[in-house]
Unconditional design. Sequence first.
Length: 261
Amino acid sequence: MADGRGAIVAIGGGELGLGETESIDRAIVDLRGRAGPRHLFIPTASGEPEPYIENVARAYGALGCACFALRLKAEPSAAEIEDAVLGADIVYVGGGDTATMLREWRRFGVDRLLDRAWRNGTILSGLSAGSICWFERGLSDSASFGEGADDWDYATVEALGFLPGAHCPHYDERAREGKFRAWLGRTDIDFIGIENLAALVVEDGRFRTLAAGRREGRTPRSLAVSSRGGTVREAELPREGTLAELAALSGVSGEGKAGAR
């Protein structure tokens, strides 16, 4: 970014291992603008399964990246975590349990290091939980689990605040779920909904939308969604605009850390 910050790419969802997000993944690598960028995958949200780590390394290795992963379960030292995060050209955060991921990041200081890396020009990216984390808040199905398998509901989770407002990934899936519709019906909230195979790129104080091909016969979308008094309204985001316009569409007056100077 012009002020030194790296770009942020929030992906709504998709099967990276099946190549569904390949064009978005390629756009992430192109943002860095150098050969052989160091790519750091942070799989905290999914519990750090090796097949997932291998899939990400395979996908981004094919795009010319040198791929590494940060495994917090191994209890790395503070110096090891700092070297991994601050040494990355691209950070990619995977999907899974958003609330647990953020809690673990704060325990290890990963949240503060990501802020430093971003301010130094590192590209921040991710899918699902890895897109929620960059916003002020996220609409999550992992923030309010109860004792029983069915004893949970959607909730908002406080995230890192690099981007303004609230965000819901997998929006095309969520919009069809009865539990999510019921939650929206009793919740007044504005947020950015990103569908599977769609992405939002924020760079140099501006945003643009991306889509990886077509899904269910149409182009995946990024939307501004408003729920008020049980009425939900959706408006597709313009293909590009300013960060201030994105903040307004998110229902907030500020621009998050991305707009701070």
